[in-house]
Design a protein around this ligand. Structure first.
Ligand SMILES: Cc1cc2nc3c(=O)[nH]c(=O)nc-3n(C[C@H](O)[C@H](O)[C@H](O)COP(=O)(O)O)c2cc1C
Length: 366
């Protein structure tokens, strides 16, 4: 019996298997609005047989977009565009849908990754704007400096997360993932490398946890208990003296105590000095170490998990409750079908596709 293809609950949400489509920015929105690209891209992934699809980092305010092509959910126009995308997905797929709500902080206002190497754009440049962060230090030396948020600015961003979460619920999303990873705004408050504030939001670990926990608390309170609310974190900055597993454990335990539905464990992205050795499953030990300190909150592992038997082992050995894939699913959007065939499990397929079942995998489409 495959454990990867066994059901899992993320708080109130039941998944039919433990394969998650990781959030992936497409930089293909217009003024924050999803386009026909998103319907095609997400439509393909919604036919993948995974247990959950998480829509890309979606900005809670225009300043919180990484690039001018990022998706947003901050006004009626962006909500209407996303509604069309979600309606199309729901029409043809029963897959649970999540959305990652994000604010890029000092990593906002950049070119798309395939233009000018994704370099920062100055506030006065075309498609640029003034960024904000925990402090006035830029990500890269020499980049335009962000403005340090004051209390009113922090409160406004907490409210922006709440407003976007309410819109996400109205659109029928089953799950909201708060983006606390990859050096974006929540992570900028968490890490001592990007937060040396002198007020209640900086200095001690307790103070650095304050803003992300406020965002979690406010979003959790703003949507009904039927909506799962989780967080993605970077478990390590991969820089001496930075955010690390011990601090991640403190955050994870605080989130569990506050009713967080799950933790999604990634790493890096906060500091250009990071030394990462990407190899198969390189972030799984982080997920496993954090999971060992929790009582029931499920943990999702991600990062170079590409082989079905590897994914099966991660779950079967209790290192994580689920695995997420990003690049592997872009390369092979039917990865869950192929994994089910290899592991002797069954997977959902739409009736239009049932005739493709290979003879060698009879009973694949349960
Ligand atoms: C095209 C692309 C876009 C991504 N966008 C996001 C994103 O919106 N939010 C996020 O948390 N991670 C994002 N990531 C990171 C992935 O979710 C994932 O954590 C990372 O790629 C490692 O998993 P993998 O080895 O299966 O690709 C992105 C990765 C790729 C390749």
């Amino acid at each position: 019996m495959s454990q990867l293809f066994s059901p899992l609950a993320l708080g109130p949400l039941s998944l039919s298997n433990r394969i998650v489509v990781a959030p992936m920015c497409q930089y293909s929105a217009e003024e924050g609005c999803t386009s026909d690209w998103h319907a095609q891209h997400l439509g393909t992934l919604a036919q993948s047989g995974a247990g959950l699809l998480i829509v890309e980092a979606t900005a809670v305010e225009p300043r919180g977009r990484i690039t001018w092509g990022d998706v947003g959910l901050y006004d009626d126009a962006t909500e209407a565009a996303l509604k069309a995308t979600v309606t199309s997905l729901r029409r043809w797929s029963p897959m649970p849908l999540g959305i990652q709500l994000a604010h890029a902080g000092r990593k906002a206002s950049t070119h798309k990754p395939w233009d000018h190497g994704g370099a920062a754009i100055a506030p006065e440049g075309e498609h640029g704007w003034q960024t904000v962060s925990s402090t006035a230090r830029p990500f890269n030396e020499g980049d335009p400096a962000p403005q340090a948020l004051d209390q009113a600015g922090i409160d406004a961003i907490v409210q922006a997360f709440v407003d976007s979460a309410v819109r996400a619920h109205r659109l029928g999303f089953d799950l909201i993932e708060l983006h606390g990873a990859h050096g974006y705004l929540l992570h900028q408050f968490l890490s001592p490398l990007s937060n040396d504030r002198q007020d209640a939001y900086g200095g001690t670990l307790e103070n650095r946890l304050r803003f992300p926990l406020q965002v979690f608390h406010a979003v959790r309170a703003a949507v009904p208990a039927s909506v799962a609310v989780g967080m993605r974190i970077s478990a390590s900055d991969w820089v001496e003296g930075g955010w690390d597993v011990a601090q991640s454990v403190a955050l994870a335990q605080a989130l569990e105590a506050r009713g967080c539905s799950y933790l999604h464990v990634s790493s890096g992205g906060l500091d250009p000095r990071q030394q990462i050795k990407p190899e198969d499953g390189y972030q799984v030990p982080f997920a496993s170490d954090i999971k060992a300190t929790l009582s029931t909150m499920p943990v999702i592992a991600v990062g170079l998990i590409t082989e079905p038997r590897h994914a099966e082992r991660i779950v079967a050995e209790g290192k994580a409750d689920a695995v997420a894939l990003a690049r592997g699913l872009l390369y092979d959007p039917r990865w869950p079908w192929h994994a089910a065939a290899e592991l002797g499990a069954t997977v959902h397929a739409s009736p239009q596709y049932l005739r493709c079942q290979p003879r060698s995998a009879k009973g694949l489409f349960g």
